[in-house]
Design a protein around this ligand. Sequence first.
Ligand code: DGY
Length: 320
Amino acid sequence: MKTTVFVSRKIPRAGIDILEEAGMAVEVNPEDRVLTAEELMVGCRGKDGLLCLLTDTIDRAFLKKMSQLKGIANMAVGYNNIDVNAAAERGIPVSNTPGVLTEAAADLTWALLVATARRLSEAERYLRAGEFTGWGPLLFLGGDLPGRTLGIIGAGRIGTAVGVRSQGFRMKIIYTDPNRNMVLEEELDGRRVELDTLLAQSDFITLHVPLTEETRHLIGSRELRRMKKTAYLINTSRGPVVDEEALVEALQSGEIAGAGLDVFEKEPHIHPGLLSLPSAVLLPHIGSATIETRTRMAEMAARNLVAMMKGERPPDCVNL
Ligand code: DGY
């Protein structure tokens, strides 16, 4: 009998090809939308494997009902959508897609940082609204980058790649991470500091931590109050790392200068306060959204699932 796998949403074809070439019967959610919990269970019923996305919630209750699964491949580097411990208790391996999206995520972080500092979204809206009547000496003044301090919270692969890019803008780097980062320190002259020092000294703060119970609301009103009034906060990691209510208050009261966000606390719901704030640049979670990167992510997730279906340890296992 053929191994059967469910893919929770349309993904780049290359990923499906890998599954089919490995001899699997592949069922793909035919609709380009997130399935409800019930629909996801219907899709997975009787299947051996699941290739899912960061928008699918794979919790203890789901795993209890779908205990026949022999492996779950998440097509994302972050896997906070999956209760990996509950999966491990049932002997179900879970994999992610590290490394292949580092550059795309760092590029997008940088695009967002520049867009926020130089008020690009606001300026484009103004132009499209037909309000541009000519060059003005005070038109859309933003903040300089060269010579400023970039504070990187979380110096893993993506945080490091963001640091590397800052050199083109001649910025100084400080960072926080449980581990020392020799690329940031030795190649880029970066300094590892405590979080409070980073908050107080940075002109731009960029978040690159995974979402865990320790990092949920890592940035709240206390942290925002410690930031410079001229500082900007950039988040391309996970929305709940920032207390969005506190961020809206900080932006409204001018406690910080602006925020660039690719991720949101209750995605896809966006806090109405953010929508009405010109100092916030908002993107629809497109950090890894390049054709090449999403193709690599689909291939990597598929290869992991193939390994799991053969009873092998997947190359990018996160739980066993
Ligand atoms: C990830 O892989 O975690 C990214 O957020 C996907 O864009």
